[in-house]
Ligand binder design. Structure first.
Ligand SMILES: Cc1cc2nc3c(=O)[nH]c(=O)nc-3n(C[C@H](O)[C@H](O)[C@H](O)COP(=O)(O)OP(=O)(O)OC[C@H]3O[C@@H](n4cnc5c(N)ncnc54)[C@H](O)[C@@H]3O)c2cc1C
Length: 392
C-alpha cells in the first residue's frame, strides 16, 4: 500500500494516522478535515472551554510540528463530498479528486436540530470549536438559559452555566436526565444533583416551538402550554452520523457506516469513531459509540486492520465519562434498558458509590460516581465472554 487517506481530523482520524506511521506505513499519508483547525479534543468544550477556564488552544491534541514529523499531509478546511469506491478516489470540495489505496473514514457526527427555531439568534448547538466559543460569548451577557435535552451534553452545559451564576432550565420529555444512558435510578440522582445547584429540571416536558422577537429567541414553548422565557437556548438532542456525503457511494449505511468486526466498510475502506457501527462479538449486536475513548481505540484498530489485513476483531469494553459540578461519573461496559443498578460500594448519600448493572445474570456495566479507581476494579468482570441481549 502506497497511499492512504484518512477523512475526518478528529480523535479517531488522528489515532489512525499515528497508528499507520507507528506500525510501519511509509507511503503517502493524507489527513483531510473539514474544520479549519488542527485536530482537537471535544470533551473540554462543554467543560473547561465553556466555563472560561481553558483557552481553546489547550484542547489541541498535538502541536503543529508533530504533523510534519509524522510526515502527514494535513488538509484541514477541506471537505470530502463524494467517494468513488471502484475507482478508489475521494472527491474533495472544489471538485478535487484524491486517489487512495486505503481509506479510513472518521467523520464523526453532527448535532440534531429541532424542526423549528434555529434561524433565531441565541439558539445554539454544541459540537465544535466555533459552537463552543459562540455559546461561551453568549453567556457573558447574563442570559436566561434553556437547555433542550437532558442527555450528558445538556447536563454538562447546565452544570457549567449554573456555575457561572446564571439561571438555567433543562427541558426533556423523558422521565429523568440521562435515562437512556443509565436508567431512571441514576437519572433521578442526576436530577437531584442539578436541582441542588439551582437548575430547574423540567422532565416529562416536550418543546413544541421556539419563540422569538426581532429575530432573537425570547422563549421556549412547552407542551404543557407554558412558555419558559429564554435569551439563550442550547439544543442538545443528540447527534447523527456524518454520512450524507457517502449516500451515493455504495458504502453500506444505516445507523452510521456499517462495518464488519474489523471496522472494514468496503474493499480498502475502514471506518472509526462516532460515525462507525460494527458488530460487537462481545455483546452480540451492533454498536455505534459516541465516546472519546472509543474514537482513539477504534481509530487505532481500523488503521491496524487496514495496514496488516484484518488481524484483530474490534471488541472493546466501552468506556465513557461525564463531569458535572464536582461529580465525575465513569461508566465501563454497557447499560441495557431495564437493567437495574445495584450499589456494591459506597452509597449515593455519601456522594461516592459503584453500581453494577446485570443482565441475564451477568454483570455488563459498572458505573462509578466519584469512584474512578474503585469502578476500574470491576472492569475485568465486564471483559469476560460474549453476552446476549441489548447494549447501548
Ligand atoms: C462538547 C462535547 C463533549 C464531550 N464530552 C465527552 C465526555 O465527557 N466523555 C466522552 O467519553 N465523550 C465525550 N464526547 C464525545 C467525544 O468527544 C467523541 O466521541 C469524539 O470526539 C469522537 O471523535 P471522532 O474522531 O469520531 O469524531 P469528531 O471528533 O467529530 O471528528 C470528526 C471530524 O470529521 C470532520 N468531518 C466531518 N465530515 C467531513 C467530511 N465530509 N470531510 C472532511 N471532514 C469531515 C468533522 O468536521 C470533525 O472535525 C463529547 C463530545 C462533545 C461534542
Amino acid at each position: 500500500m502506497k497511499n492512504i487517506v484518512v477523512v475526518g481530523a478528529g480523535a479517531a482520524g488522528l489515532a489512525s494516522a499515528e497508528t499507520l506511521r507507528r506500525e510501519g506505513f511509509t507511503g503517502r499519508l493524507t489527513l483531510v478535515g473539514e474544520e479549519p483547525t488542527l485536530p482537537y479534543d471535544r470533551p473540554p468544550l462543554s467543560k473547561h472551554v465553556l466555563a472560561g477556564t481553558w483557552d481553546f488552544t489547550r484542547t489541541l491534541l498535538r502541536e503543529k510540528d508533530h504533523y510534519a514529523q509524522l510526515d502527514v499531509e494535513l488538509r484541514v478546511g477541506r471537505r470530502a463530498i463524494d467517494l468513488d469506491l471502484p475507482g478508489r478516489t475521494l472527491l474533495l470540495d472544489h471538485d478535487e479528486p484524491l486517489a487512495y489505496d486505503g481509506l479510513v473514514i472518521a467523520t464523526g457526527v453532527t448535532p440534531r436540530r429541532l424542526p423549528f427555531g434555529h434561524e433565531l439568534d441565541g439558539v445554539h448547538v454544541l459540537r465544535g470549536e466555533q459552537d463552543a466559543l459562540r455559546l461561551r460569548a453568549a453567556l457573558t451577557g447574563q442570559p436566561r438559559v434553556v437547555v433542550v435535552g437532558a442527555g450528558f451534553l445538556g447536563m454538562e452545559v447546565a452544570a457549567v452555566v449554573s456555575g457561572l451564576g446564571l439561571d438555567v432550565t433543562v427541558v426533556d420529555p423523558l422521565p429523568t436526565p440521562m435515562v437512556r444512558q443509565f436508567g431512571p435510578a441514576i437519572g433521578a440522582l442526576i436530577a437531584r444533583l442539578h436541582s441542588d445547584h439551582g437548575v430547574q429540571v423540567r422532565t416529562r416536558t416536550g418543546v413544541t416551538d421556539l419563540l422569538g422577537s426581532d429575530g432573537r429567541v425570547t422563549g421556549v414553548q412547552l407542551d404543557d402550554g407554558t412558555v419558559q422565557p429564554a435569551d439563550c437556548v442550547l439544543v442538545a438532542i443528540g447527534a447523527a452520523p456524518e454520512v450524507g456525503w457517502l449516500r451515493s457511494s455504495g458504502v453500506q449505511l444505516g445507523n452510521g457506516i456499517q462495518c464488519d468486526e474489523y471496522c472494514q466498510a468496503a474493499p480498502g475502506v475502514y471506518a472509526a469513531g462516532d460515525v462507525a457501527s460494527w458488530p460487537s462479538p462481545r455483546y452480540g449486536r451492533r454498536l455505534r459509540l459516541e465516546h472519546r475513548m472509543n474514537a482513539t481505540e477504534q481509530g487505532t484498530a481500523a488503521a491496524r486492520n487496514l495496514l496488516h489485513g484484518n488481524v484483530e476483531a474490534f471488541d472493546p469494553v466501552p468506556y465513557f465519562w461525564t463531569d458535572q459540578y464536582d461529580v465525575k461519573i465513569q461508566a465501563h461496559g454497557v447499560f441495557p434498558d431495564g437493567a437495574r443498578p445495584q450499589v456494591v460500594e459506597g452509597s449515593p448519600a455519601s456522594g461516592r458509590f459503584v453500581a453494577l448493572y446485570r443482565e441475564d445474570g451477568r454483570t455488563v456495566g459498572a458505573l462509578g460516581w466519584n469512584s474512578a479507581r474503585q469502578v476500574r476494579e470491576y472492569r475485568n468482570q465486564l471483559a469476560e465472554g460474549p453476552v446476549s441481549g441489548g447494549a447501548k
